[in-house]
Write a protein that binds this ligand. Structure first.
Ligand code: PLP
Length: 443
């Protein structure tokens, strides 16, 4: 008997029994192409023996030793690997078991950092609308996904949200060519309105995933945020839970702009889905404040830093490096983006294609010129994702409507191991799916 309370009680969830490379199989023998790496998690694909063996080897040695009393070899090794791939100045790591936990850690760390520094009024964290930082209460308070927030609103922290950097639908009605980074200025205005003495941090997804479908900011945006944080003594937290550890063709998405945040949250791809794992990498200057201060950060999770997840993380980073997957990702991403551009020219309902590396979004519109959106009651994104699944293709439905706004988008984000032949297979099914769906709504 299946006693599970599934996230959608009106749908059937196929039972997955096997995974290999970019493919998954259910218990009825149906094969799926995992063209979104689950939720941009399975960065090295499914069933990689090296990772499975590394987990097994660690399990045989020791599976758990509580972090309040012990460290372990694998977590030390993983900390070193994370620091090696992180921007310079980032030199310490805290661990968690997933993205929401990593964001909660960053949120509390920012608060404690300013208490330690003798600036206890600095506690608020600025985030942006149409963002996603996780589902736990603190992370949800930061998230600008109204649909997810609404039922919990009395319980959420009253933190300020700024406008997103969403160039296709700019909140300030600017084209990217004529834009003066008004969305970044909007954050500065918010800092001034709230009072910099009250702001501990600004948290940003460098490329916005689940709520905007791979929206890339204009060049200069992240540099602006960096300078803003320096000017007002605010921590810059990059939420790289989705973008981090190679997904966008660099170790971290901030590397595309050579911007160094104070704190980087990562999860998903760091263990490639082989074990629950999250991490928060910070600058030495933050660590120093704690070292010179109370010497403590009273925060943590039972499973954080467990040797088994750490073994998975180490093996995944080794596999990425050994197979040059991050470099390849940039090239495969360009190939897919070119193919998506061709689809955009061909079909009137594709308004925008965007992204970096293997994190790409397709936004659908009723009218390309006016960018008019489809009626949300059509549930277009869900229809596309469902139809794709029927055809054996997994796509990630972006929650553009989550902000009470409108819009439909999906993300294409296969494992970094994806080959040219597999890319052609993905694009072929994708084209069929969108054609079928748009025909069915008599577009
Ligand atoms: N931050 C970002 C940018 C995410 O995309 C997600 C999940 O999609 C999270 C945080 C939350 O991560 P998790 O679902 O592992 O708690």
């Amino acid at each position: 008997m299946d006693y599970i309370f599934y996230p959608n009680l009106k749908k059937e969830f196929p039972i997955i029994v096997k995974g290999e490379g970019i493919y998954l199989w259910d218990n009825k023998g149906k094969k799926y192409i995992d063209a979104c790496s689950g939720a941009l998690v399975s960065n090295i694909g499914h069933g990689v023996d090296e990772v499975i063996e590394a987990i097994y080897e660690q399990m045989k040695k020791v599976e758990f030793a509580h972090r309040f009393k012990f460290s372990n070899e694998k977590i030390i090794e993983l900390s070193e690997k994370i620091i090696k791939i992180s921007p310079k100045e980032i030199s310490r790591v805290l661990f968690a078991s997933g993205g929401s936990e990593a964001v909660e850690t960053a949120l509390k760390l920012a608060r404690e950092y300013y208490v330690e520094k003798g600036k206890p009024t600095k506690y608020k964290v600025i985030s942006r609308w149409q963002s996603y930082h996780g589902n736990t209460m603190g992370a949800l308070s930061l998230s600008g996904n109204v649909a997810r927030r609404v039922r919990y609103s009395p319980l959420l922290l009253d933190f300020p949200h700024a406008e997103p950097a969403y160039c296709y639908r700019c909140s300030f009605d600017k084209n990217p060519d004529e834009c003066n980074l008004e969305c970044a200025e909007n954050i500065e205005k918010l800092v001034k309105r709230e009072g910099p003495e009250n702001i501990a941090a600004i948290i940003i997804e460098p490329i916005v995933g689940s709520t905007l479908g791979a929206a890339v900011p204009k060049d200069g945006y992240l540099q602006y945020i960096r300078e803003l944080c320096d000017k007002y003594d605010i921590l810059f937290i990059a939420d790289e839970v989705m973008t981090g550890v190679g997904r966008t063709g660099k170790n971290f998405a901030v590397d595309h702009w050579k911007v160094i945040p104070d704190v980087i949250c990562m999860a998903k791809g760091i263990s490639g889905g082989y074990a629950p794992l999250g991490a928060v990498a910070i600058k030495e200057s933050i660590y120093e404040v704690f070292k010179k201060g109370s010497g403590k950060f009273a925060h943590g999770y039972t499973f954080a830093g467990n040797p088994v997840s750490a073994a998975a993380g180490c093996a995944v980073i080794d596999y990425l490096n050994k197979n040059n997957l991050i470099e390849k990702c940039e090239k495969s991403g360009d190939l897919i983006l070119n193919k998506l551009e061709i689809l955009k020219e061909k079909y009137p309902f594709i308004g925008d294609v965007r992204g970096k590396g293997l994190m790409m979004g397709i936004e659908f519109v009723k009218n390309k010129r006016t960018k008019e959106t489809f009626d949300p009651s059509l549930g277009l994104t869900e229809r596309i994702v469902d139809k794709a699944l029927e055809e054996g293709l997994m796509l990630y439905g972006a929650a553009l409507c989550a902000d009470g706004t409108k819009g439909d988008a999906v993300m294409v984000a296969p494992p970094l191991t994806v080959t040219e032949i597999e890319i052609n297979e993905i694009i072929k099914i994708l084209e069929k799916v969108i054609k079928d769906v748009f025909e069915s709504i008599k577009f």
